[in-house]
Design a protein around this ligand. Sequence first.
Ligand code: FES
Ligand SMILES: [Fe+2]
Length: 461
Amino acid sequence: MSLLIDVPRGLQSARIYHDRDVFDLEMERIFARTWLFLTHECMIPNKGDFITTRMGQDEVIVVRQQDGGIKAFLNVCRHRGARVCPVEAGNARGFVCNYHGWSYGTDGALQSMPFEKELYRGRLDKRTHGLREVAQVTSYHGFVYGNFDAQAPSLLDYLGEARFYLDIWMEANGGAELVGPPARSMVHCNWKAPSENFVGDAYHVGWTHAAALKAGGSMLAPMSGNAMLPPAGAGLQVATRYGHGLGILYDVNPGAHDTPLAQEILAWQAKKRPAMEKAYGALRTRYYGSHINGSVFPNNTYLWGSSLFKVWHPHAPDRTECFTWAIVEKDMPQDLKQRIANSLHRTFGVAGYWEADDNDNMESESQLSRGHMTRQGFMNAQMGIGGDREDPELPGVVGESAIGETSYRGYFRFYEETMRAKSWAEMPVQDSTWKRQLIEAGSGLDPDPAGEAMVPAQAAA
Ligand code: FES
Ligand SMILES: [Fe+2]
């Protein structure tokens, strides 16, 4: 692991994008024990409502219980392991396996098997053959996350300081929800490539999306072709414990990248701002009207201000399934919600004209890392290194400008921590420790014209 992530220097080995051993360890150390987004409560409002999704490479069913709670189970029959629920969503009294017909309740209990008396003769204990349950399932402002690890910290603790920023759009404006069902697509990239991009890459927007910025009449169009750099003080980046991170571009929240719709959303927000300001203060109300890009570690991405919400499901080192929803405010008129979703799918949906720009980069960095020589190298996330700090008003570690790689460094600092540890008990890192690691990063760097000093000693050996 010491060669994969160099926290003090802000470097990451190219192996993390295309190495089967690294991928397998990620499934064990990240996807089997961190909190993973499952669904929004609005997708399963009634008893028996369910959706199917993934947690790492495992398929799961998420289902509303008779008591109104939510549980999640492996979508795998306890007989011979066939898929129990073959559809993406619906309402059911239970699930019947397609192979031999074992039948389970929505609570996961094994209810009956064909010819139970005649063939099993009371020798199979049904109580121990229910669907395997996800250890922890918690809803945060309606956003439902699951965790396979019963020892993991609670979702509230896991989100930690990130909640200060998430609450601005998840709660403070009256709450947010998703418009589904999610669009699904397969991208030939490693799952981290897009997840790290959304955690902190404002750098690529003006360049990668140069044409897209103009095509839709986006409010961000002046950035097209890197014609301008957001001025000093135009935004910031934040890293919080457990790898979450975000970037804020102040006072730019078009809600959609097409002008008439954006104007309508801005007018909607303007009406809500006075009440928000009273309840949540001027700073967080400003963030409500700002563009926020971010990822909840490991694979859940959002763009508040572009109405985007995604999950990156790993299938293989270079295959990632993307689920895409639109984020809308709960109290918006239904018609407005639908038009925002339509706009979101034109930009960041399966064939969206922003999405295609991004996927080209995600796929090239992942596929090229397969090369024997390429994978000996390191990728660079040093922008702004040495300028990260704590802020009296803002939770987390804060970077020095709107464009930088502070949240990349925070993301990979935790990635390194969790990949090393055999259990949550081995991750006792305190706030002061991880913050110091980020703030002091870069202090030993002595850039030279040949760039040699930027290469970790181990890698050069
Ligand atoms: S595998 Fe499901 S009933 Fe046999
Ligand atoms: Fe992008």
